[in-house]
Design a protein around this ligand. Structure first.
Ligand SMILES: [Fe+2]
Length: 347
């Protein structure tokens, strides 16, 4: 571990910003930091130190990295102990590389409804500094709100890419378009840099060609994976060997919900790049992420929890909302987004 370096200065600054400005940790609050053996322990320590500076009471929980995520990970983790800790805490910062989202401890903690939980799976020092420390968070929240507003007014969406994506779906105006990362009371929060929603499941029809990352079970792709989707369900996977890996992994879970489209997401973090960490990859500016399997209740969709969840990142997409272009070749093109986009990217 590097205790005395310039990195530590920047890491503690980012950690302090996370607990103070983003999670709004206050005097005496119990802050749980969960991490696993696949993660950077230095980050957990730094967040605990920053919490101490706010007179909060941090506790770090370290466990072994699990080979799977979601419900399927229950047999690898201390379900009861984790459930107890996470259900009673005020704040939960999750650094676990094998993330706990959709696991039983997660489900129990969310049903109690006390904790303010943010998912930062596998965050290392560099990610803390680049994706949290360096960002004008208020500006990004405003960008997300404007993008969500544009999207919530749209009924029909069509997405195409040069690699052959051509897919359409409809939105339900009763379902929310979520702007991630704005912490406001108890609940489940993802890092900012994403706007996501659940389309009407059975309206999703067409082909998507994934060229970024699929996690789990793969990571950054060597060659594109093509998914043919009918009525919101993956019917066929094709491409190189990675398509076979995905298909085998999905079939082994023996859960038809794993093939269902759970969410569609815009990535809009100005400093995210394809790094192999899904939390960063699914925030790449102008990317589109397809989620399959477990669907958080916050989306107000029809799927609910499944045995696991997969995120598939698609780059350089063009997105039409009711025939108006929202994103062109991976760049947000609507006029009301331009000034904020420029400022966020420091252009
Ligand atoms: Fe997802």
């Amino acid at each position: 571990m590097r205790w005395l370096s310039m990195d530590n200065f920047l890491l503690i600054t980012a950690s302090y910003k996370l607990v103070k400005d983003i999670l709004k940790v206050s005097d005496g609050e119990e802050v749980i930091v969960t991490t696993d053996t696949g993660s950077d322990f230095q980050v957990a320590l730094s967040i605990a130190q920053a919490s101490m500076a706010l007179n909060a009471k941090p506790l770090i929980v370290l466990r072994n990295e699990a080979p799977v995520v979601g419900k399927a990970m229950d047999k690898y983790i201390p379900v009861n102990s984790l459930s107890a800790v996470l259900s009673t805490a005020d704040v939960w910062i999750a650094l676990d590389r094998s993330y706990l989202v959709y696991s039983t401890p997660y489900e129990r903690a969310m049903s109690v409804g006390k904790v303010r939980y943010i998912e930062l799976s596998g965050f290392n020092s560099d990610m803390m500094v680049r994706l949290i420390g360096n960002v004008n968070v208020q500006l990004l929240y405003e960008f997300q709100r404007r993008l969500a507003k544009i999207t919530s007014k749209v009924k029909k969406i069509r997405i195409v890419t040069e690699l052959g994506t051509n897919i359409e779906f409809e939105n339900d105006p009763q379902r929310p378009v979520l702007t991630e990362g704005e912490v406001n009371g108890p609940g489940e929060y993802m890092l900012f840099g994403q706007v996501d929603w659940a389309p009407i499941e059975e309206s999703v029809n067409g082909t998507v060609v994934i060229d970024g990352t699929i996690w789990p079970p793969i990571g950054p792709l060597k060659s594109p994976v093509k998914l043919r989707i009918r009525d919101g369900r993956i019917m066929e996977m094709s491409g190189g060997p990675e398509a076979k890996v995905l298909e085998r992994w999905l079939r082994d879970l023996n859960d038809d919900k794993m093939f269902m489209v759970a969410h569609v997401t815009y990535g809009c973090h100005p400093y995210a790049k394809l790094s192999g960490n899904i939390v960063e990859d699914e925030r790449v500016w102008g990317s589109i992420v397809w989620g399959f399997g477990s669907q958080s209740s916050t989306f107000k969709g029809k799927i609910g929890l499944a045995s696991s969840h997969v995120d598939a990142v698609m780059l350089n997409a063009t997105i039409y909302g009711d025939d108006q272009v929202i994103v062109k070749d991976g760049e947000f093109v609507r006029e009301e987004l331009q000034d904020l986009a420029r400022q966020l990217k420091g252009a």
